[in-house]
Design a protein around this ligand. Structure first.
Ligand SMILES: [Zn+2]
Length: 135
């Protein structure tokens, strides 16, 4: 049973979708500590990418596993109810992500997608981010 009221659900959604989600803050701190400068949420680029390195022409996209439909991810479990609502919603997000990434690549940007579940191992995360930015 879905026990949330419509209001509670939209509050929860707002919280989950918050632009300054924990994994994003983590990655921002990490990038900052590596000494890179970046812009946040650039509205002039397709999909308003999260972390943009203009000079390097590189972008880091942070994807929440649930909202963005991380394939075969243990964090990405569909709710048991209201599938008629969630399935099209998540599928739509996923499609939009892929379309935006395609568009950005076409414009010459390199993209690193970091899924929420990949931020748990700090060492691995640091390796990925630093090799992406220094390549
Ligand atoms: Zn995941």
């Amino acid at each position: 049973m879905d026990t949330l009221t419509a209001n509670e659900r939209s509050q929860l959604m707002a919280k989950i979708r918050s632009k300054n989600s924990m994994p994003e803050m983590l990655v921002r701190r990490l990038v900052h500590s590596l000494g890179y400068r970046y812009r946040l949420h650039c509205t002039d680029l397709p999909g308003t990418p999260d972390i943009v390195f203009r000079g390097l022409r590189k972008i880091i996209l942070m994807h929440g596993c649930f909202w963005h439909g991380h394939p075969r991810c243990p964090n990405n479990r569909m709710p048991k109810s209201r599938l008629d609502f969630w399935v099209p919603k998540i599928t739509g997000n996923r499609k939009r992500d892929l379309k935006n990434a395609r568009e950005l690549r076409k414009q010459g940007w390199s993209i690193l997608v970091i899924w929420e579940c990949q931020t748990k191992n700090a060492k691995k995360l640091l390796d990925r981010v630093s090799s992406f930015l220094s390549s």
